[in-house]
Design a protein around this ligand. Structure first.
Ligand code: TEU
Ligand code: CA
Length: 554
């Protein structure tokens, strides 16, 4: 087997709570996943990244773990897990686990011990500080609202939580913490899992001074510069690599909030001393501003192009990219970057797929993306389940930063719950996700948009993804070709070429709902059309959301 198989792979992300419910309790589960593996085999993906399935009180849907070596009851048993893993392997599909080790749940036994007393053996597993003048140690705000520090009466000190107060940050400076994490990872590797997606791994090393952060909206300070890409992060990852990763044949991707191109060259260096690749956030933070992500503003193609082209060209020969439009924390790709109205939903979903899958890097598909699922567009706050959305609504409106109408509109655009509505399997009640009451509302458009309908239509978004995945297996240029941006001033078209040996692949994507002039294919008459989302082309024109791909040999 080739050692860099992860470069040729396409990865599919499953958010288990919303994928398939096998027992009618309204919550997706492991058996539900196992039941749908043939669907994923048909799609052709090589790897599944499974969002957390570990024991958790579910303050943040499993990203708050209370036992790393047990399965959440809602999701099933360890036996169900082992069965799922072997069924995946039987089909030649690999499994990537979500590794959430920047923080644990406050119900993890380590934290339960840690908060008991200042001299508890687990005290230093977490980050405890004295208050300052009767207040928090500094002005940092947590990602899910409020201060990043929680006062604990027991010992009259504060602990750090970059996310919710039920997600205390681990102290990676403590060698024992690192050993616990590495041992736990080894345990999963011995079980036969094939890799890790590492949650906010760029945040595990904090700058020692803990200074106040700059405040963008007058509420709290930004911890980013002191928490992301901190002083020892590369050292810790190299240690993890030596002690665990290098001993197995794995795929590793670090979720790297705040990562720059320069930092990514270290995390994802081609020598393989740290990780295979990272998720960067520049294109998903594209409209963020003084209120963080909370806006309904639409992105501009010129900003998107600048970001994507920068990552493509600057990592060339130095590090490896991961490619994604959406995941469980982001709005639906077709709603955000395409057009989810009935006229252009399928065309623009295919266009986005083309754009992403032919860039250099490893593509990720988030469940439902392959059938063009759309944002939830909930009209009521009560429909939201996400801790981030609910807390942000309170914080933004109570402090007068956004009105309730503005915040509802922002939630429709960027709430994480847009990606968390149940997978739409068919047109039966609750989209075939559950026979019970789903834990979060099903998108009413399941009658039109569902996997069953997609499988019955040979022109569906599903089969388009299937073809793109297949192309990656057949054409080396898609994996290894050098990327060059084209038409870099165009307002509507995103275009690039890939080059390998005597081959050139030209990719052009119209991000608008207008016909736009495009002369890129004029000289490519002898080329081979690789894939297209329209049956016919017009000379010198790209139709609304048209994507064209031509391979030329000379
Ligand atoms: O997300 C980390 C992260 O950076 C998020 O704050 C992200 O920016 C935000 O959700 C987008 O609004 C990871 C997980 O993917 C997320 O689901 C978890 O809630 C979070 O870590 C804490 O574990
Ligand atoms: Ca269930």
């Amino acid at each position: 087997m080739n050692k860099t198989w992860w470069k040729n792979s396409v990865i599919y992300q499953i958010y288990p709570r919303s994928f398939a419910d096998s027992n009618g309790d309204g919550i997706g589960d492991i058996k539900g996943i196992t039941q749908h593996l043939d669907y994923l085999k048909e799609l052709g993906v090589d790897v599944i990244w499974l969002s957390p399935v570990y024991q958790s009180p579910n303050d943040d849907n499993g990203y708050d773990i209370s036992d790393y070596q047990a399965i959440m009851e809602d999701f099933g048993t360890m036996e169900d897990f082992d069965k799922m893993l072997s069924e995946m392997h039987k089909r030649g599909i690999k499994l990537v686990m979500d590794l959430v080790v920047n923080h644990t749940s406050d119900e993890h036994p380590w934290f339960v011990e840690s908060r008991k007393s200042k001299d508890n053996p687990y005290r230093d597993y977490y980050i405890w500080k004295e208050g300052k003048n009767g207040k928090e140690p500094n002005n940092w705000g947590a990602c899910f609202g409020g201060s990043a520090w929680e006062y604990d009466k027991e010992t009259e000190m504060y602990y750090l939580h970059c996310f919710s107060k039920k997600q205390p940050d681990l102290n990676w400076e403590n060698e024992k913490v690192r050993k616990e994490v590495f041992d736990m990872m080894t345990w999963w590797c011995e079980k036969g899992v094939d890799g890790f997606r590492m949650d906010v791994i760029s945040m595990i090393s904090k700058a020692p001074a803990y200074p106040d952060g700059v405040s963008h909206n007058g509420l709290y300070g930004d911890f980013g510069p002191f928490v992301c890409n901190g002083p020892h992060v590369h050292e810790y990852l190299q240690e993890m690599n030596q002690k665990v990763l290098s001993k197995y044949d794995l795929i590793t991707v670090g979720e790297a909030s705040g990562v720059t191109v320069e930092e990514a060259k270290k995390y994802a260096n081609l020598d393989g001393t740290e990780l295979n690749m990272v998720f960067q956030f520049e294109h998903t933070d594209i409209t963020s501003g003084k209120n963080g992500k909370w806006t309904d503003e639409r992105f501009k193609l010129r900003d998107l192009r600048k970001i994507l082209n920068k990552w493509q060209t600057e990592l060339e020969g130095k590090a490896w990219n991961s490619l994604y439009w959406d995941n469980h924390d982001q709005p639906r790709a077709v709603s955000r970057f395409g057009n989810d109205g009935p006229m252009y939903r399928e065309l623009s979903a295919k266009m986005l797929a083309t754009c992403l899958h032919l860039m250099k890097g490893t593509p990720y598909i988030y469940q439902g993306e392959e059938i063009g699922m759309t944002n939830a567009y909930f009209n009521k706050l009560e429909d939201y389940r996400d801790i981030e959305s609910i807390h942000a609504f309170e914080e933004m409106t109570e402090n007068g930063l956004l009105t309730e109408e503005e915040m509802m509109s922002a939630l429709k655009a960027v709430s994480r719950d847009n990606a968390r509505t149940p997978m739409q399997w068919d047109d039966s009640e609750n989209a075939g996700f559950t026979i019970g009451t789903p834990w979060i509302k099903v998108n009413p458009n399941y009658l039109q948009i569902n996997a069953k309908a997609a499988l019955e239509d040979k022109d569906s978004v599903f089969y388009y993804y299937q073809k793109l995945i297949q192309m990656r297996k057949e054409y080396e240029i898609i994996v290894d070709g050098i990327f060059e941006g084209l038409l870099e001033d165009d307002e509507n078209i995103y275009a690039y070429r890939r080059k390998l040996g005597n081959q050139t692949l030209i990719v052009a994507c119209n991000f608008s709902d207008k016909k736009v002039p495009c002369t890129l294919f004029e000289g490519a008459a002898g080329g081979k059309e690789m894939i297209a989302n329209y049956k016919n082309h017009e000379t010198g024109i790209l139709k609304p959301y048209e994507a064209r791909v031509v391979l030329i040999e000379n």
